[in-house]
Write a protein of this length. Structure first.
Length: 65
């Protein structure tokens, strides 16, 4: 099968579009992973902060008794 110039151009354009879609999909996946990692970091930070506040409250209660 011989490709005419028009068919060849269309095929190349389709290949470039497919590549662009694949790259965009990869970038979106990376962005989602980064958001999840950031949320995990924040959750751990808040957990440590809450534990520290609870420990301080226990110490204050122990001193008051």
């Amino acid at each position: 099968m011989t490709l005419t110039p028009s068919t060849k151009d269309t095929k190349m354009n389709t290949m470039h579009e497919d590549l662009a879609r694949a790259q965009m999909s990869a970038r979106l996946g990376e962005a989602q992973l980064q958001r999840q990692a950031h949320q995990l970091v924040l959750a751990r930070r808040m957990s440590r902060k809450a534990e520290k506040a609870a420990q301080q409250a226990r110490l204050a209660l122990a001193r008051a008794i």
